[in-house]
Design a protein around this ligand. Structure first.
Ligand code: ATP
Length: 355
């Protein structure tokens, strides 16, 4: 088991910086997800770790071993990594078991050990009964599991997964999510997992790296990313968060501060370092707002749309004080507000952005 340290990684393509100053400390056995908008550098980061790309500067260490650094580049085959990409090319002329065993055969592992390890890897992904099938006779999810078993059979301490579920339908994704969780628990390997799917990242990862334009915006647990985003990019990116300006910030030194929000004096969560400030930005999720009960502290908002969502109604409103910001409230009531009218919005929670 080995943790991984990335120190000040830089990478450019044709003088265009793609990754800048990436430093991360990943613990042995952690499940890390990498999230970020398209083109932010996720795959490039994975390819640098795998050794398919060379660094411009910086260092990559796994445990005591230096993978890459100044004038040093360990080739991919010497890194003992498992890599699973979204296009999981299996050899069509080999059975499932042969596909999984192939890398062991090439590296000269004796037949008996090969068979035992192949069986173990197939058991880990629930594919033992399919060992003698051809890849063509498997479903998409089963083929993806073969790719996972093929990666696991080498017992890598570090597994890199680039959108491994991207080509699967919603139902299969849920099953495979469970598979990854199980695999992680059993293998104790360190997993680095790229995904576009925030729900998937939140459900699986111990910690998530949010990248934007080649830089780390925040590296934290899913709970912290959701509750305490480090900046406006993370606040908007995670679960469709909203940002509103607040003024007259007065810390109470208990992790909360009084603010004026859309004319309402209220208290929000903040960092312990929060200072008295004339202005700041605060971030919110839909659950942080509710239609105010009579007499409850509230600010006025104009109802833009009422949308039926099955489990309830989504009410889109714009605060009268900030008509440029669209907020979302969820309602289960049978008495619904009407578009074009105003209603009172109560604030249940919110976070003052530290920068
Ligand atoms: N070999 C390359 N040569 C030139 N530019 C590249 C190369 N590989 C990636 N890039 C560029 O680097 C940037 C980051 O690409 P990368 O594939 O790492 O992003 P990503 O976050 O994985 O994107 P996506 O989510 O769309 O897969 C993009 O602008 C891409 O065009």
């Amino acid at each position: 088991m080995a943790g991984m340290t990335l120190t000040a990684l830089h990478k450019s393509f044709a003088a265009q910086p793609v990754l800048q100053d990436i430093s991360l400390q990943i613990n042995a056995g952690e499940f890390i997800a990498i999230l970020g908008p398209s083109g932010c550098g996720k795959t490039t980061l994975l390819r640098l770790i795998a050794g398919f790309e060379t660094l411009d500067s910086g260092e990559i260490h796994v445990g005591e071993r230096q993978f890459a650094g100044h004038k040093h580049h360990l080739p991919p085959e010497a890194r003992n990594l498992g890599v699973v990409f979204q296009s999981y090319a299996l050899w069509p002329h080999m059975t499932v078991a042969e596909n999984v065993a192939y890398s062991l055969k090439v590296s000269g592992v004796a037949r008996a050990e090969r068979e035992t390890r192949t069986q173990q890897a197939l058991a880990l992904v629930g594919l033992e009964p399919f060992a003698q099938r051809q890849p063509a006779d498997l479903s998409g999810g089963q083929r993806q599991r073969v790719a996972l078993a093929r990666c696991l059979v080498a017992k890598p301490t570090l597994v890199l997964l680039d959108e491994p579920l991207a080509n699967l339908d919603v139902h299969l994704r849920a099953t495979m999510e469970e598979e990854f969780r199980r695999f992680h628990q059993h293998s104790h390997a360190t997993l680095i997992y790229i995904t576009h799917d925030q729900q998937e990242a939140m459900a699986l990862a111990d910690r998530i790296v949010v990248l934007d334009a080649g830089r780390v915006m925040q590296f934290a647990t899913p709970q912290i990313l959701w509750r305490e985003p480090a900046n406006a990019m993370v606040a908007r990116f995670i679960d469709d968060g909203r940002i509103l300006p607040v003024s007259e910030i007065e810390p109470q030194h208990n992790g909360r501060a009084f603010v004026t929000l859309c004319g309402l004096r209220t208290s929000l969560r903040c960092s312990p370092q929060q200072e008295v400030q004339p202005e700041a930005q605060a971030s919110f999720h839909a659950v942080d707002f509710a239609v105010a009960a009579p007499g409850e502290p509230q600010f006025a908002a104009l109802v833009q749309r009422v949308i039926y969502r099955g489990s309830g109604y989504q009410i889109n409103v714009t605060p009268l004080a900030h008509p440029d910001v669209s907020l979302t409230l969820m309602l289960n009531d049978t008495v619904l507000p009407v578009a074009g009218t105003t209603l009172g919005v109560a604030v249940r929670d919110g976070w003052i952005l530290p920068c």
